[in-house]
Ligand binder design. Structure first.
Ligand code: NAP
Length: 305
């Protein structure tokens, strides 16, 4: 099995990947995909479960996506994960979509059944499981500030809303997008919870003054922007606003600490990076493909090794 296959490989699959042992029936479709840890996690799960299939990476450009999905479907793949830049454009090529994926407007998992593409988004539920694992709390008990209003933020915010969190604030550089997301979630916050002077659902900008006020009125801070992926990135929030009462979850993942996690811990807060969300959204994808529980310990060990 090669590390990465291309669209040209898919077009000539019999030669390029068709003879791999175990046969490749799953993969990650995106660009770039070289750094992804998903093959490590999923291949460990397949091995542990005794399923004779392989999971690989497909480097696919936007203009190749439709063709790639058609070929994967014809080749009898079980499914694929989708990553940047395909999570939204892929919506145009699927046959069915679950309600969560429809609400989020982005997908990260496809199941291929009888030539039909069924779409799911496991980011929100993966996030909820990660928060439980990292901080031993449920979303429903928390006041939550989400930084970002893109695909990951929408999945996380919808999950927080569905689990009836105490309070939800969406802070985004483009506040129009934060407002639009709040409007979409308003129906979940109609209940009679009383929390003093602050609103249960609120949109705001990412500026320091707005963030200072919000930080004082939340328990969990979530970075769902890509800030932190590159070493030279600024922090998504000013370090001096980080405070000991916070739990900080950075959806960006790294071996070791991200800059946000380091700053949060230095400020006395509890903090974790996005590896646990990666693990759990991957486990949920496995559960969709194989309709059985994922071997979580094997997947976690693969991620750590
Ligand atoms: P996306 O749809 O492109 O959204 C990116 C969001 O970040 C937008 O709200 C954008 O704000 C904001 N943003 C981008 N650059 C910014 C900057 N320089 N300063 C301030 N805000 C900025 O991306 P996505 O799919 O949501 O993914 C976001 C990140 O989530 C990924 O990079 C990844 O690290 C993480 N993620 C992790 C997992 C996991 O399993 N751990 C899963 C999914 C995603 P505007 O609206 O103003 O442009």
């Amino acid at each position: 099995m090669k590390e990465i296959y291309t669209f040209a490989d898919l077009q000539d699959w019999r030669k390029a990947g068709g003879r791999a042992k175990p046969p490749i029936r799953l993969g990650l479709v995106g660009s770039p995909v070289a750094h992804s840890l998903s093959p490590q996690i999923q291949n460990a799960a397949l091995k542990e479960a005794g399923i004779a299939m392989g999971y690989t990476r497909f480097e696919i450009a936007p203009e190749e996506l439709q063709g790639a999905l058609e070929i994967l479907s014809a080749l009898d793949f079980v499914g694929v994960n989708l990553t940047v830049p395909h999570k939204i454009p892929a919506l145009a090529f699927v046959d069915e979509m679950d309600e969560t994926a429809r609400k989020i407007g982005a997908i990260n998992t496809l199941k291929i059944e009888g030539g039909k593409l069924r779409a799911f988004n496991t980011d929100g539920r993966g996030f909820a499981r990660a928060i439980r694992e990292e901080f031993s709390v449920d979303l429903r008990d928390l006041r939550i500030l989400v930084l970002g209003a893109g695909g990951a933020a929408r999945a996380i915010a919808l999950q927080c809303a569905k689990e009836n969190c105490e309070r939800l604030v969406i802070a985004n550089r483009d506040v129009v997008k934060a407002n639009a997301l709040c409007e979409q979630l308003r129906e979940f916050f109609a209940g009679p919870r009383v929390l003093g002077p602050v609103s249960r659902l609120q949109a705001t900008g990412l500026d320091e003054a707005a963030s200072r006020f919000q930080i004082a009125n939340v328990d969990l801070l979530v970075n769902a922007t890509p800030l932190g992926l590159r070493r030279r990135d600024a922090l998504p929030i000013t370090a001096r606003l980080l405070a000991p009462h916070l739990m900080v979850y950075d959806t960006v993942y790294a071996r070791g600490e991200t800059a946000l996690v380091s700053e949060a811990r230095a400020a006395g807060a509890r903090a974790a990076n996005g590896l646990s969300m990666l693990l759990h959204q991957g486990a949920l994808a496995y559960e969709i493909w194989f309709e059985r529980s994922a071997p979580l310990d094997a997947m976690r060990n693969a991620l750590r090794s």
